[in-house]
Structures are given as structure tokens and as C-alpha cells.
Design a protein around this ligand. Sequence first.
Ligand SMILES: [Mg+2]
Length: 367
Amino acid sequence: MKSTQTFDISHSCLLDATGQLTDSCPTSISAEHLRQAYATMVLIRAFDQKAIALQRTGKLGTYPSILGQEAISTAIGMTMQADDVFVPYYRDQAAQYLRGVSLTEILLYWGGDERGSNYASPKCAQDMPVCVPIATQYCHAAGIATAMKIRAEKRAVVVTCGDGATSKGDFLESLNLAGTWHLPMVMVVNNNQWAISTPRAKQCNAQTLAQKAIGAGVQGLVVDGNDYVGMAYELQKALSRAHAGKGPTLIEATSYRLGDHTTADDASRYRPAQELKAAWEKEPIKRLRHYLQTTGLWTDADEQALLLQVKADIDQVVADYTSIAADAPESMFTYLFEELPSARLNQYQQVANAAASRAVGGGSHHE
Ligand SMILES: [Mg+2]
């Protein structure tokens, strides 16, 4: 008996857990690129901490922390071409920010305000809003990529999801379509080892999630998602392939969810403490800072200046967010529908009437 096909899944790691490069830094990633990526990761971690505090004090709705996975999202934002389309899931704060979504808009979104998805910047006008339903955004991404292919545009779609989403039909069907039609898609799975309380081992019996690409005839690989340099480099290559009409890529970015699934979760009830402790040793910000400092690309003065700037930026974002007056409750209908379906008319009227009958008080709905 002989095999008809053999397959291989590569595992890429350039910047190891101690912050040392295992190979020379790719020439496509400049020192300035790395400094900007590092500053973004620090900003987003501070933003994340503030968002959780806002939720705990009743000023924000349920919020999904990105703690520990900043490198994946930052690398996406740093490497996408301006006219590519980003189709995010709910743990993509860094990429959204780099694409042009303001941090105030991200807070508005998680505060239940539809205007948080109505991006003011023209830079991200073509990007999709956050998708909370699991994996459905892959179908949207495949549709957008199909349009790009029909129009022969040198653009690509980057779509993201978590490890749990790879078990969904939406993910697998879109992956199959991407392979069959050679769509210009880069699919990034943030494998943070947990799908709410379901550990990776109970999610899927395959050794890697990247190998799901093989069944679809798609190039698939595993990248250490806490290695910023490797993430950026593999994304650059995948985007180049997509732009050149060479088809889709699935990147499984391995990381670890250092926080709860969302603020509605308490991971201490199911996540082994030792596992969390070990994961902190591999987190992405510390290792990139170590690399930048030891190569002379980042000084203590740079760090102090960055932390001051981050604090000022976050304070301003929160001040802006909390000062925005509440939108009309019926906006949940008007933002969703161009024309309200007749089946929703009754609901719309009830919400509008209730809003009209309440005392006109002004103030903010974020309090
Ligand atoms: Mg997960």
C-alpha cells in the first residue's frame, strides 16, 4: 500500500518566548514597524484594562478582553493593505484601531450604541463591524472576496475567528469555497486555547486547527501568535499571495486567553491556575519589548514617554465616550434595516412609544 498524498503543517516561530529571534529579522519588517507595533500593543492592553473597569462600574456592556492576544490583532492591522477589507470577530481591538476605528467607537459598540459601528474614518469605511455570532462572518468574508475576484481587484479580505468557530459549518463551508474558487482571503484563527469554558482538546480531535485547510485545498500553517515578528511575516506572505491571485491562506495563530472569555465569565472556575501562570511567561508584549530593548530599538526613555502618552490617550477616550449622549432606543432598528420589515413594525413602535413617554432628561446612557 502506498500513500497517494502526504501533507505537512509548518509551525513558525521567529521571536521565541524569551524575546530572542531564532532567525534574522525579515527585511520586510522595519525597525519603525516594530516600534509602532509595540506601542500599539501597549496602548491596546491599557485600553482593554480600562474597558473592563468601565464594565465593572456599570458604564459598559459585556466586553471581551484581548489580554494576551495583542500580537495577532496588531500584526493584522499593521500588514493589511489600505484597500483590503477586514472582517473582524469580537477580539480584534488592535486591528480595528490600526485600520482607523477610534477607541471611542469601540467603547460605543460595547456600550450598546450602534454608532460604534458607523466608523467616522474613511480609512475603515469598507471594513465590516464586529461580528459576535460565531463564525458567521466567514460567510460574509467569502462573499466579499468573491466580489473582489469577479472584479479582478488586487485586494484581499482578512477574516478572523476563535478556535471554537472552526467547528462551525459557516467556517468550514467558507473555507471550502475559498479553496475551490481561489478566493483572495486570509483566514486567521486566534487559537487562545479556550472557547468560553471548552478547552482546545475538547473542541476538536485534530492535532492542529490549521490542517482543516488541507481538506479544502487551502494553504494552512501554524504560527506562534505571541510572536509578533512571525505573525507579521506570515501575514505579509499570505496577503501577497492573495493580492497576486494565488489563493487563500489559513493561519492558526496559537496564543492563550489570559483573561476571562468576556466580562460575563469567570475563568477561575474552570481554568487551571498553573496553566495560566505558564501562559503569562509566553505573553507577547514582554517578549517584543525584550527584543527591542536588547537590539537598541527601544530605550527606557521611550517606554516612559509611551506610558505617559497611553495614559493621556485612554483618559481622553473615556472622557469622549462618557460625554456622548444616548442615541434613540429605536436606533437598534434604524441602523439594522434600510426598510423596516412589517414583522418588526410593532416592536419598533413599542420601543419608540416607550422612549417618547419617558421623561426627557438628557444625560448619558453609559452611566
Ligand atoms: Mg478561543
